[in-house]
Ligand binder design. Sequence first.
Ligand code: CP
Length: 310
Amino acid sequence: MIGKHLLSMDQLTKEDIIEILDTAESLRQVTDRPIKKLPTLRGRTVCNLFYEASTRTRISFELAAKRLSADVINFSADSKSSVSKGESFKDTAWTLEAMGVDAIIVRHGSSGAPHQLAKWVKAHVLNAGDGAHEHPTQALLDLFSIRERFKEFDGLKVAIVGDVIHSRVARSNVKGLVTMGADVTLVGPATLIPKEARSWGAKIEHELDPLLADLDVCYLLRVQKERQNEQLFPSLREYSNLWGLDNRRMSKMHKDALVMHPGPMNRGVEIAADVSESERSIILDQVSNGLSVRMSLLYLMLGGNEGEDS
Ligand code: CP
């Protein structure tokens, strides 16, 4: 059973993940109806509290909450908010809680910010990405997207390629995929793979080409130029030559193998434009599935009897 908050993939068992994915599968039918709403969260208020930029995660949480009939507040910590006047994270959280929010979806540049928030407020907290730490809802929508194509995770060969060191998506995905029984390999230059990655349950390789023929999923990570404080590889051109997925590399993958990317993409760096738009790419399915998975989480976490929450 999922707890009161969703902070990390660490807290989810295989059974929890299956429950979330199965519920998302049922809720997806709502999206196909002419009237795309369920009354489950009528009278509840969900707040998107975003201290970092987002397109997919913020919009899909907003839409997911609205599809379940919740009221939604969108808060961006920008020049229009009192954060620009120096208001602290804690005071902002308490202010939102004083207005009666039931759930806070938080994205923050600092690892651990959602854990801190969960200690300050009575509302449910859902981690929408914290620094280079975790992005659990991204991992869950990725698991949903993989299960849609392969049905079983046991022994599935997944390579997560590129800027692992800065990637909360990689951390959450490795945890989720390993929990579900997949065989995960992290691939990239040694400078972009953190030393502690050996303890995550994934293999580590530095060359992509020898792995391609055997892969079921090639998951490309965005090169996070904004988080690179030092030169970790010679140039974007060299990175693309060695680790980017272009048509030549993709042709070495077997015909049912999938190409995934969490977005936003650096086309021409980690993924060639034609690969991102190819039949093997399920990048837009990942986005669509994010809505069902986030509906599932809000439904399971807020839709029941509050007295049962831990
Ligand atoms: N994948 C992802 O988190 O995208 P956004 O930054 O657009 O939310």
